[in-house]
Design a protein around this ligand. Structure first.
Ligand code: SAH
Ligand code: ZN
Length: 405
């Protein structure tokens, strides 16, 4: 079996366990004019490093192609996430911040989290390379540097503002191929007793929910406590607390400090024992996941075929990046799905990457509801079911296996 170089530990121990085939960029929604043109595609495949246990993409897409002024994801479109980040900011404030200290968020997007910190008491700074979402944060009065976070940027910030007590990030660290650059930058910037707190989709949830649609171009890494412990260990840092979150289909929040600054909470040992119990250190676990993913595809394809044969109408609900993965991997196109409804204004009028299904507003969905809607944002199932309960539309979910809910 061919082995690749691991981005986390540098050894030639990365082994592929799953390919989702040729895939467009998940958020590369197309304008009508682009439909005839050739789309950029790459093979979306993931591997496991036997040496340091890090799960990661085999091939990646240039970050400037993903994070630019056309970034499609505005964090604040979800009410669930608004509430989540309010609680997250409150916790960081109470637990770590004293007056006049600095909090920096890496990948602050439209300011969904940072806006919750009291700017009269603390210095609040965002780093956000995608210009359009950074502008949205600035409109809220937040100070944002529109660049990729790395060691050089950290040194600039250090000169201008001084050391940070809290550096936080949500759904960002797993996006950054140059993870070592980020850790070096964090080390540069962290004050005495400073903390790095970040959260990302958790590999245990991905495996247990069969959530293969978490795998796409933007997600380079799929973290476990085990793999991150190895990574931060290279820098004299350690995870001193970790807490599971229900967001994005199941995430883990990691609290990291320079070794010895904080007492290590029992949650860390507990998580490691659990991960070992689930054989996260063995490639066989990931090969089994790959089998489940294949089966999930067969079931979804069969279910859609069956519904179509009854002459029922099917649409997609939410033009998410997860949706791009599911539709392309399962070869579901504009022949199977009439339209995808979404509430992000910038996506409406465009077409889904690879599968060319028109994206329409939620008004269209409400005016002309289908018989079935394929839920392409299963992580918001509760929020969506509640919102659409009066439409009579039946929702199809594809994971852990395809069914009507
Ligand atoms: N924190 C928000 C946004 C997540 S989307 C939330 O949880 O909703 C990921 C964000 O990370 C994007 O806004 C992207 O522009 C940003 N990002 C990607 N690479 C980055 C880097 N190297 N430094 C800082 N931000 C980055
Ligand atoms: Zn490795």
């Amino acid at each position: 079996m061919k082995k690749y170089r691991c981005r986390a530990c540098g050894s030639q121990s990365l082994e592929q366990f799953l390919s989702l085939g040729m895939m467009p960029v998940a958020n590369a929604f197309l304008a009508k004019n682009d439909l005839g043109k050739k789309e950029f595609k790459f093979e979306l495949s993931v591997g496991f490093c036997e040496n340091c246990k890090m799960v990661q993409l085999i091939r990646t897409v240039d970050k400037r192609m993903l994070f630019n002024s056309n970034y499609a994801y505005f964090s604040s479109v979800s009410k669930t996430m608004e509430e989540h980040f309010k609680r997250f900011a409150d916790e960081l404030t109470k637990r770590f911040l004293k007056n006049n200290e600095i909090v920096i968020e890496i990948g602050c997007n439209d300011g969904i989290m940072l806006k919750n910190f009291d700017r009269d008491k603390y210095k609040v700074l965002g780093v956000e390379p995608s210009g359009n979402v950074a502008d949205a944060a600035r409109k809220r009065g937040l100070e944002v540097i529109s660049e990729f976070f790395n060691e050089k940027l950290a040194k600039d910030v250090l000169r201008k503002s001084g050391k940070a007590k809290v550096i936080c990030a949500a759904n960002v660290m797993c996006h950054i191929e140059a993870f070592h650059e980020v850790v070096k930058g964090v080390k540069t910037l962290l004050d005495k007793n400073g903390v790095l707190v970040f959260e990302d989709p958790y590999i245990v949830d991905i495996l247990e929910k069969n959530a293969y649609d978490q795998i796409y171009d933007e997600h380079v890494f799929y973290f476990s406590v085990l793999s991150l412990r190895n990574l931060f260990g290279q820098y004299g840092m350690e995870i001193f607390d970790c807490q599971r979150q229900t967001t994005h289909g199941g995430s883990m929040r990691y609290y990291v400090c320079n070794k010895g600054d904080y007492a290590v909470d029992a949650s860390v040992t507990k998580a490691i024992i659990e991960e070992q119990g689930k054989s996260l250190e063995k490639i066989a676990t990931y090969q089994k996941f790959a089998d489940n993913v294949n089966r999930s595809r067969e079931m979804l394809v069969d279910l859609i075929k069956k519904i179509k044969s009854q002459n029922k109408r099917i649409t997609g609900y939410a033009a998410s990046s997860k949706g791009t993965v599911v539709l392309n991997y399962c070869s579901i196109t504009n022949r199977d799905i009439e339209y995808i409804s979404d509430n992000t204004p910038t996506k409406i009028g465009l077409y889904s990457p690879g599968t060319h299904i028109p994206i329409v507003s939620e008004d269209v969905f409400h005016r002309n509801p289908p018989d079935y809607a394929l839920l392409l944002a299963w992580n918001y199932a509760n929020e969506i079911k509640e919102k659409e309960k009066n439409t009579g539309v039946k929702f199809i979910v594809h994971i852990p296996y395809a069914r009507v809910i």
